[in-house]
Design a protein around this ligand. Sequence first.
Ligand SMILES: [Mn+2]
Length: 329
Amino acid sequence: MTSIRHPAHEPSTPAVPRGGDGAIRHGFTSFYGAPIVEDMASWRADVGFVGVPFDAGTNDRPGARFGPAAIRDASARYHPSEEWRGYIDAERGVRILDGVSMADVGDVDVRTVDLLENFDIITDAARLTRRGCRLPVFVGGDHAITFPIVRAFDDAPLTLIQFDAHQDYTDEKYGVRYSHDNHMRRSSELPHVRQIVQVGLRGVLERFEPYDAALRDGVIIVPSERIVRAGVPAAMAALPGGRGRSGGRAYVTIDIDVLDPAGAPGTGYPEPGGITYYQLKDALLLVAERYDVVGFDVTEVDPVYDAAAVTARLAAKLMLDLLGAIFAA
Ligand SMILES: [Mn+2]
C-alpha cells in the first residue's frame, strides 16, 4: 500500500497547534486562516481582523450578527500558502500582500446590555486592536457599529468614506438616534471627522431632512447611477486627493448593500439597482491610491438571506482586494 504524503510534510496553514505541523491544523476558522491572537498584550501584525457580531441597531431584518462567522468561513479557502507570501491577483497579474502579516483578533464581546454600553465595548475593542496592528479590519454586524469604531480613530483628523445604498444620515426618528440609519450622522458630529464621502446612494428617501443636512454639511455624494452610467473614474472625480495618497487619512466603511442585490443578496436591506463587484473593486482601489487608509469595515452581510454563501464569499474577496491596494508599494 502506498501512502500519499506531502513531500516536505509542511503545514498547509499557520493555524497549527504546537507539534501538529503537516498533520493537524486548527479545526476552527480564522479570517483567511490567519493565526489567532492569544495574548492582546503582545501580538503584532500588519493587519488585524476583528469580528463585530452585533445587529441590535437593525430596524428591519436582523441576522447580520452572523456575518463575522459567515465571512470567516467563506475566507478560509483564501488562506495564502507559501509562507504568507500573499496572493497573485490573476486579473491584474500582480502579487498582492507579499510579506504582509495578518492576525485574527477574535470577536468583540457583544452582550445583552444597553445599546450604548455595547457601543462603548466596541470602541474599547477597536482601540485595543489598533494597538497591535497597522491596519485594523472590522467585520460586522449591522452598520450601526461604524460610529463606535470611528470614535476610536480620534488621534488625528480623517475623511470618512462610505460605500452604501443608503445615507444612514438620519438625526432622529421616533426618538432613535443610534441605529444603522443614524451612524453617519453621529460620526459627522465627531470633531476628527473632517469630510464625509458617500458612494452608491440610490432608491427613494421618504424624509428630506437627512439629505438636506448632508448637503449642508458638505458631504460629497456619488450616486450609484453615476457610477453605472459614467464609469468609476469619472464618477469618483468628485473626491478630493490624488495619486500619492494626498487626500490624507481616511477610514472606509462598506455596507455590502451598495452592491446590486442580484449579486449580493445576503443583506438586510436589499435595494434595487446598485453597482457590480468590479465597479466596487475599482472604486476601492482608487480610494486606496488617493488616501492613506487607516482602517476599514465591512457591514450588513447577513447569511440568513444569503444564497449559496455568495455574499459572504464576495465580502471575503473584496477585503483582500482592498488590503492588496492599501499595502501596495
Ligand atoms: Mn448602511
